[in-house]
Design a binder for this molecule. Structure first.
Ligand code: HEM
Length: 441
């Protein structure tokens, strides 16, 4: 072997080793996210809903438990997915330094430790005056490691093009990362405030409800818009996104968050349908595809569920307006929140996650297209039952609706379990190139 050949060979094996270590890192983030989703997140959510349904009032339940569920879902599940995908895709796209992988593991350990501590404190009140702010510090520290590592990322210029063009999707994803940072800083500030004024680990309910706008419309929704702007033209064959409308959607969503934080709830919620509509127009979600959708490896209904998620986004925005005007018992706020978190965010994570994660986590093929369909169909059914019955039950318009809520909880629990099983079985499969002759069920 010549020296030049040996050099090329070792360069290629370095790339392969790095790719494998990045895939392992991402798989760890996804598995941890799934665990948070299943037990601290959904199982506790179901438990909470069953308790509320048996007493017919949300006031019967400890706010600390409600907040433990919300935090586990938003930060433990979706936040962990986003950090893992961020490390993986930015390392691949922009030649992050080799230490990105070890930083990724450090961030993983600190992040999951912080989120788990927060959940434990909320559930048990164990040493809460110390542990609550400590969990917020850990979460912020883990995020800062991520932020510092990926902020070194520079997009590689396309072949033959020496300019480094920032595309709209990138700026919106960067914007959502700023929303993530703002959410964690606010979380730390509130934890410190609770230590001073609180009698337990729960954030005062009114403050908590306002602050929820930050991680939802300030971070997660823009993150989905940004990643959708990148992937939907390929996956659904949609037209190239309209950058200006996408930026406008981001700014209107942030303006809404700002208005909510300053106490202007009606103005804030009135902006949400505008933001959602701008994003839908920017991404051409409901316009005919200009190319065939790429559904190989996933269920053929994949485009339908992605579009359906945007219908949930509009429903969530409209219900928020109704909640600001007419909510008395938390039913309209609850319905709008779950139209957003389950209908929009979770449907999107189920659909896009089962499309991209098998390939990202070791060049695999999804275990089962049918399980994918079942998870998405049940999630949407559970969400429709929940959103449809929460308002009449909580607000006292139709008491029989209380009996539908436990059913919705069990249907949603089944959906998330199927999603987790499908991904775990996918990760247990050999990579696609070693699977010759095997079919997906
Ligand atoms: C089986 C599925 C789920 C069930 C049964 C459930 C149940 C609940 C219940 C009972 C509440 C209390 C407020 C209310 O009555 O509306 C709540 C709040 C909340 N849920 Fe869920 N949920 C589920 C899924 C999710 C998912 C997937 C997310 C996010 C991705 C989420 C995020 C939240 C948030 C942020 C709150 C507010 C927490 C707070 O007050 O700080 N939930 N959920």
């Amino acid at each position: 072997m010549t020296a030049a050949n040996a050099g090329m060979h070792s360069g290629r094996s370095d790339i392969v080793t790095r790719e494998v270590s990045l895939q392992r890192l991402l798989t760890a983030y996804i598995l941890a996210g799934l665990l948070f989703m299943l037990l601290p997140g959904t199982f506790l959510g179901v438990w909470n809903l069953l308790s509320i349904s048996s007493t017919h009032t949300v006031a019967s339940l400890s706010p600390a438990w409600l907040q433990a569920h919300g935090h586990a879902q938003i930060f433990g599940w979706i936040g962990t997915f986003i950090l893992g995908i961020g490390f993986y895709s930015l390392s691949k796209m922009g030649n992050l330094p080799p230490f990105a992988v070890s930083r990724g593991w450090a961030s993983f350990a600190i992040w999951t430790g912080g989120v788990l501590l927060r959940w434990t404190v909320n559930i048990t009140a164990w040493q809460w005056r110390v542990a609550l702010p400590a969990s917020a510090v850990l979460e912020l520290a883990a995020f800062l490691i991520f932020f510092r590592t990926v902020s070194r990322h520079r997009p590689q210029p396309a072949t033959g093009n020496t300019t480094r063009s920032r595309q709209p999707w990138m700026l919106v994803v960067v914007g959502s990362t700023v929303g993530f940072l703002a959410s964690l800083i606010a979380n730390l500030g509130v934890a410190a405030y609770v230590v001073v004024i609180g009698k337990g680990p729960a954030v005062p309910v009114a403050l908590d409800q306002r602050l929820l706008m930050l991680p939802t419309w300030g971070f997660l929704v823009p993150a989905v818009w940004g990643f959708n702007a990148r992937w939907l033209p390929r996956f659904l064959g949609l037209k190239t996104p309209d950058g200006r409308r996408l930026y406008a959607a981001l700014f209107v969503a942030w303006a809404s968050v700002g208005a909510m934080l300053s106490g202007a709830a009606i103005l804030s919620t009135a902006l949400l349908p505008v933001a959602a509509l701008l994003a839908i127009l920017a991404l051409h979600v409901f316009e005919p595809s200009v190319q065939p959708a790429k559904v190989n490896g996933v269920h053929s209904t994949f485009p339908l569920f992605v579009r359906g998620a945007y219908a949930w986004l509009m429903i969530a925005a409209a219900l928020s307006v109704a909640a600001a005007l007419a909510d008395r018992e938390g039913g309209i706020w609850g319905a709008s929140r779950h139209a957003l978190t389950v209908g929009f965010l979770s449907t999107m994570v189920f659909a896009i996650g089962q499309r991209i994660l098998p390939a990202f986590c070791g060049a695999r093929v999804l275990f089962s297209k049918n399980l994918m369909f079942a998870s998405l169909a049940l999630l949407n059914l559970g969400c429709a039952l929940r959103v449809g019955s929460e308002i009449p039950a909580y607000e006292g318009y139709f008491r029989q609706a209380w009996s539908v809520l436990p059913i919705s909880a069990v249907v949603e629990l089944t959906a998330v379990t199927l999603f987790a099983i499908n991904l775990v079985l996918t990760f247990l499969r050999p990579p696609a190139h070693l699977m010759h002759g095997l079919n997906t069920p």
